[in-house]
Every structure is written in C-alpha cells, then in structure tokens.
Design a protein around this ligand. Structure first.
Ligand code: GLA
Length: 750
C-alpha cells in the first residue's frame, strides 16, 4: 500500500520508492505538512518531523509551521490556499482534520480535465476531509500517488454545508511548504513568437509569482514553475516542479518568509475571481501536478513528459504515430482557391506528406482577418464543393485532410454576430475592444456552447476531416456575461474555461477519430488543460529554426515532444527574415511533431528531393522522435546561446538521434566534443551523420562507438579543420543517428 496512515502519530505517508509525501494531523487538528521529496523508508513513524502544533498568533510574524491547507486569520501570515467569505462577512478559516479514506485509482474532477489511471492498481488516492464548523465548510483534499512516477497530483473541493451562501475568494490547487529558501525559481515566460523562454532567478524574501489575468494561460507565462538548487543541472541535483491542469487565469507563486521557509502555491488566480457557493454546492479546483527529482531537471522533465503524454492526453491519438502535415498558412495565407489547394496537396503527396491542413480563410467571406469568424460554412467562391468537396479530392490523392477553426471567436462582420450580437463578451454600455478585429464569444453561456457543438459537429460529420487545428487568437477584455447575475460576474473567467472544456469534451467524444491540435496565436494556450483534449499544440507562430531552438527547449521542460507541433517553413523566414539551411529547419522540426508550412511547388527540384528525404528519415524514426526519451544536452539559454544539443533515446536504449545546432560559425575555436547521456554503456552503437557530409566531423564520428565512449568522451561536434569551417557557414545542424549492434562486443571503427 503506497499510502499509509500511522494512527499513533496521525501521520500520512504517500510513498512509492521514488518520492515520499508526509502529512500529520497536528495536536489541534490542523493538517500539517511534513515533507515532500526523495523516498523515505515505508516503515517507521515520522510524526516527530513536526515538533509541535501550529499555535497560531504568537507575535512572531511568519510562524514557520508547514501547513497543508493554510487559511487566513489564524496567525499564519503567509499567503493562503483557501479564502472563503462567510455569510457574516468574515473570511477567517480554521479547518480541522475530520476523516480520511484511501482508495485505488483516481477520481475525475467534475467539469475539469485531469490526469487519469487506466487500471485501478496504477495509483492510489488519499482523500482527506477537513471541516470548519463555524464556517459550515467541508474541504476535501485529494492526493493521488502513481505507483511508478515521482508525482503527486493534488486538488481540492470546498462544499458549503450551511444554510446560507458563502463566497470562495481563493481556492488553490496545491500549496507546498518547504523548510528552506535556497532555491532558484525557474519559469517559462515570453510573448507571441518567443514562447517559453527559460527564466531563472534566486528566491528572495517576499513573493515572486507568475500568472495570467487574460482569460487564457497565455504566451506570457506558462502554468508551470520549478524550483532548483543553484547546483542542480540537467543530470543531477534536486528540483521540484509544479504544473496546473488548467487553461485560464492562473497563479504560481513562491513566498519566502522571515524564517527563510518557502511556500509555493498554484491554482486559479484569485485576482478578479470569486465563486458563489450556495448551500449544498461544491467548488472543485483544477488539478496541480507536483513532481520531485533528485536527479536533475532531466528526470523532472521525464516525469512530466510521461504523465502528460500517457495519462493526461487521451483518445486514439494518444499513442498513435502523428501524421506529417502540410499546412497552407505560410504558403498562401488567405489567398487560395480549390485548384490552388489541390496543387499544393498533390505536391505534398509526392513528397511523402500524409495530411493536408487547410488553415484560416476557408469560411464565410474570410479574405483577411477582418470578418467571418463564427460563420463556419465554406466560402463557395473559394471552395465550390464546400469543405467536403475539397476534403474528398484530397483524400482521393491518398492524403488525409485537416481543418483550422477558431470556435470561441466572432467577427463583428459575420452572420453569427448579426444574429447574436449579445453572444459576444462585453460590458453593456461600454465599447468592446477588438483584438485582431475580433470579439470573444461568451463561452459561459450554455446556448453558445450548444450552438458551436451543433455547427462544428455538422461540419466534422459531413466532410472527411481527420484533424482539427483549434485556434484562439485574442485574450479577453471587458469580461462580463449577460447571463450571469451581478454577484456572479467574478466567476466569468473560470466559467469561460469550463465552457471551452465542455465544448472540447463534447467534440472529442463525438469525433474520437479526429486528431485535435490546440493553438492560440502559437503557444498562447499551450497548457496541460488543453493537452487532455488535444494531444498536440502549435508551439509558436515563430517557425524560424534558430528561434525554435529556444522555444522547443523551454517547452520541453514540462511538455513532451509528442505535444509540440513543429513545421519546416520557407526562407527568408516569415517572422525573422532569417535564411537558414533547409537541413537545419528539418533537424529542429524533427524534435517535434513534424510538419511543413511552405509552398512545395515553389521549391527547387533539389529542395524537393531534400524534403522528400527528410520525410523518409523522419518516418523511419517517427516513434523515436515523437515518443523517445528526450535528453537535453546543451542549452540555448546557457552562455552565449550559440549552441544547442539534445537527443532522443528509445525505451530499450537501442536507438537514438542526437541533434547538434550551431547559430554562428566562429572560426578557429578548436575541436569540441558533446557528451551524450541516457545510452546503454555496454552497447555498441553504429553512428551515422545527417545530412551526409565529407568533413572531419562526419569522419570522426561515423562507425561503431561504445555507449560508454559516447557518454564519457562524446561525439566530435567541431573540428579544427579550417576548410570544413569555411564550408559550414552559420545556422548549421547535424544529426547523429545511433543504432545499437546486436553483438555488444563489436567495437572500434568496424
Ligand atoms: C494564428 C495561428 C497561425 C494561423 C493563423 C491563422 O496566428 O497561430 O498558425 O493559423 O492564426 O489566422
């Protein structure tokens, strides 16, 4: 039993040989937090780890007792997990432990996506009931421990058991009290076209936080944070990671108090939020994911990747090889008609591409971004046979067909707006701010969700559509719903996301064979909440290979490669104007779900041949790229960022591909080596280099190399040959293909 309760010391121990999580019911009945970290022995009592109960106010600000569900008003002056305004207007809470139960498996959270189990024996769940009697509140905390992951999932539910309404002002999904503050706070922050930059800073006294108030998780900060020691690297040292399975306004915060303890909390952003709790009603928080690693950031990412890929993503596409697409966006933007699409598709088919994705511009009168969102019927001037007609012709070529939609939006110039102007989000009597010439539909209203479900299921039902790119291109302003009473307007943002989840849930259930990809102007809503519905996401509108190194590296801290769509696009790049070699663009996109976003007809014969061989290369290693273990080797955020390297390794360690990328070529730097990780030291790997080149680096690496040598000595990634150097130029990439020999005794340059 990985979850035990020692009745004498009233201590809970969640342990699976990888992590331990300890809590104790303190003398006064408050639930204390004792420990989360590396595995502790299952036997023995750990009650002594908390010497005393939380005594409340003692005039020592910041009493450093670790609490599992900290609340305001009791003398713990750090940030709380739960704030509820009670009928008398008070907000103090002092919940006490009442009971607990442990059960096999993991419950779903009503209305919200969450990680799951496939069989009951994969995980155990501890449910702890805390009661605040004067407040008439029951608080249930859920902790799930998977048997083979260094992960605890946590969520909370608050029920009003009194006769009068109460108001939830703040309900965090998790808090974590740590005994010291010697941590670095690492987060993924950025903007449109430069998502998920890795930012690192030392924790200091006071609060540091990231979050969103935009109505979506946002380009600015991802709902993920990690703490690491200053000495932690990719391969060693301690780190905690916190993720939130949520796509709306969130807060992730670390507070260091005057005794240098650290409180982490993650959940729905309390700013601008409240939730009216009628008698008998319950509020459910989203799920937080807590990961601990004592083997560096690599192991932390392994845990997030495995969980998100295998137990958050759902449906037939979870494990299936993801198709290579041609997306027409950067090839045509809004200017296309059926013959043009068919010629693009035919060219794509010849290259070995498997799916044609028709992006924005196919519906209503959409010839630019000023109109038609909401009118999800084909523009018959462009597509005389409708979506169905073009989709069937493309299918007849042997390709599958995918379609772009942006369901949550409406253009003022649209039939939908003419019919239902009141469905657009806005505060009556105030002007509505447009973003990208569009307004947002009020997803809190059931009739809006019903309408979108009907329209989209009609579309998906009539045409052979195998893939949907679900975009969301602006954030919310003037938040207000005509369908909510005045005292519930602060529920708007959460209800918006609940409505969006409901639409996703209904569509993915009705069309289980369709692969959904989420998108929000690139990675503006790349979060675990949407991964539950759409197993892949468009990581960024920035398709420049050099920019993508950082974006994909940062994203990979918590999201698996199988979730990151990455396309090869034309040069000069449409976002940066940069001209990079075609092989570099491919070598970066291979470490994602590969696609192309260019006009294949505009390529030269030589380029077409190169693309075709890239596709063959990827197909022969698709499983390895999409589902192998990603090992990060050299960070684009380290030093001057001139080099990046990462690799993927198969589960059986028999195959691998290493990607090495150099931004600028700097002459006369001398030879340099790249040490690999995660291979079998006893295996002998046949190394080959892509793209093939007759240069010193290729010559030095090609042949048989021991796993031990590759990990301890490394691959040669730069030679001191001046002729090679001159030939190389800037923005170069090399892939090193590793394939283990059957006979491990074969070594050397055989
Ligand atoms: C967003 C997406 C792009 C493209 C356009 C279409 O910006 O991120 O990939 O689909 O919308 O308008």
């Amino acid at each position: 039993m990985p979850i035990t309760f020692d009745a004498d010391s009233r201590t809970f121990h969640l342990h699976n040989g990888q992590v331990s999580y300890l809590m104790r019911v303190l003398e006064n009945g408050t639930l204390g937090h004792l420990y989360f970290g590396g595995s502790l022995a299952a036997t023995g009592s750990y009650g002594r780890l908390s010497g005393r109960e939380f005594l409340g106010f003692s005039n020592r600000l910041g009493e450093p007792v670790a609490l599992e569900c900290p609340t305001p008003g009791i003398g713990d002056y750090r940030v709380p997990a739960l704030v509820v305004e009670q009928p008398d207007g008070s907000t103090m809470l002092d919940p006490r432990f009442t009971s607990h139960r442990v059960f096999a498996g993991k419950p779903a959270i009503p209305g919200l996506p969450s990680t799951y189990v496939q069989s009951y024996d994969e995980a155990e769940t501890l449910e702890i009931l805390l009661v605040d009697t004067p407040a008439n509140l029951e608080i249930r905390l859920f902790f799930t421990l998977y048997d083979d992951r260094p992960v605890i999932t946590r969520s909370a539910r608050v029920r009003n058991v009194g006769p009068a309404p109460a108001i939830v002002e703040c309900a965090m999904s998790a808090t974590l009290d740590l005994p010291d503050s010697d941590w670095e706070f690492v987060h993924l922050s950025g903007a449109w076209a430069r998502e998920c930059e890795v930012r690192t800073r030392r924790l200091e006294a006071g609060s540091q936080s990231i979050g969103s108030l935009r109505g979506a998780s946002g380009h600015q900060h991802n709902p993920f944070l990690l703490l690491k020691r200053g000495s932690t690297t990719e391969e060693s040292g301690e780190a905690f990671g916190l993720g939130l399975v949520y796509s709306g306004n969130f807060l992730a915060e670390a507070e260091v108090d005057s005794f240098d303890t650290t409180r982490l909390r993650i959940g729905i952003n309390p700013e601008g939020f409240s939730w009216a709790l009628e008698p008998g009603a319950e509020f459910c928080t989203p799920e937080a994911i807590l990961v601990y690693s004592e083997a560096g950031l690599g192991a932390l990412s392994d845990a997030f990747h495995g969980l998100y890929r295998d137990r958050l993503a759902r449906g037939v596409w979870r494990d299936a090889p993801r198709p290579i697409v041609l997306n027409n966006w950067e090839a045509t933007y809004f200017e296309f008609d059926e013959p043009r699409l068919l010629e693009l598709a035919a060219a794509a088919q010849k290259l070995g591409i498997e799916m044609f994705v028709l992006d924005d511009g196919w519906f209503g009168r959409r010839d630019s971004d000023v109109s038609s969102l909401g009118d999800w019927t084909a523009n018959l001037d462009k597509l005389p046979g409708g979506v169905e007609g073009v989709a069937r012709q493309i299918e007849a070529m042997g390709l599958r067909f995918g379609l772009w939609i942006e369901p949550e939006m409406v253009s003022q110039r649209s039939q939908l707006y003419a019919d239902h102007a009141d469905w657009a989000v806005g505060v009556p009597a105030r002007p509505r701010t447009e973003g990208r010439n569009q307004l947002v539909l009020d997803m809190t209203r059931p009739e809006v969700v019903d309408h979108l479900f009907d329209v989209l299921s009609d579309l998906l039902g009539r045409a052979p559509i195998s893939y949907v790119k679900w975009d969301m291109n602006r954030n919310i302003t003037e938040p207000f719903s005509a369908s909510l009473p005045a005292d519930r307007q602060r529920e708007f943002f959460h209800r918006y996301i609940l409505g969006t989840y409901e639409l996703y849930e209904r569509l993915t259930r009705a069309f289980p064979q369709v692969l959904f990809e989420s998108c929000a102007g690139g990675g503006g809503r790349f979060d675990p909440g949407l991964l539950a519905f759409a197993p892949q996401a468009w990581a960024s509108d920035d398709t420049d290979a050099i920019e993508r190194l950082k974006i994909q590296w940062g994203t990979s801290l918590c999201y698996p490669v199988s979730s990151m769509a990455a396309h090869v696009s034309a040069v000069p790049n449409h976002q940066t104007g940069r001209i990079t070699p075609l092989s570099t663009r491919a070598a970066v996109a291979f470490f994602g779900v590969l696609g192309y976003e260019l006009d294949p007809i505009a390529l030269s014969d030589e380029e077409r041949e190169a693309v075709s061989s890239q596709i063959d290369y990827y197909k022969a290693r698709r499983e390895l790229f999409q589902r192998g273990r990603l090992v990060r080797l050299r960070s684009p955020f380290a030093g001057d960022g001139n080099e990046t390297a990462w690799m993927t390794v198969s589960a059986d360690l028999r195959r691998g591909v290493v990607g090495h990328y150099r931004v600028l070529n700097r002459p006369n730097r001398g030879p340099s080596r790249l040490r690999l990780r995660g291979l079998d030291p006893n295996a002998s790997y046949r190394v080959s280099v892509w793209p093939a080149a007759e240069d010193a680096v290729s010559a030095a690496n090609t042949g048989l190399r021991g796993g031990d040598e590759l990990m301890r000595v490394g691959l040669l990634v730069a030679s001191d040959d001046p002729i090679d150097s001159r030939r190389l130029g800037d923005f170069t990439a090399r892939l090193f293909d590793l394939e283990a020999e059957k006979d491990p005794n074969v070594r050397g340059d055989a």
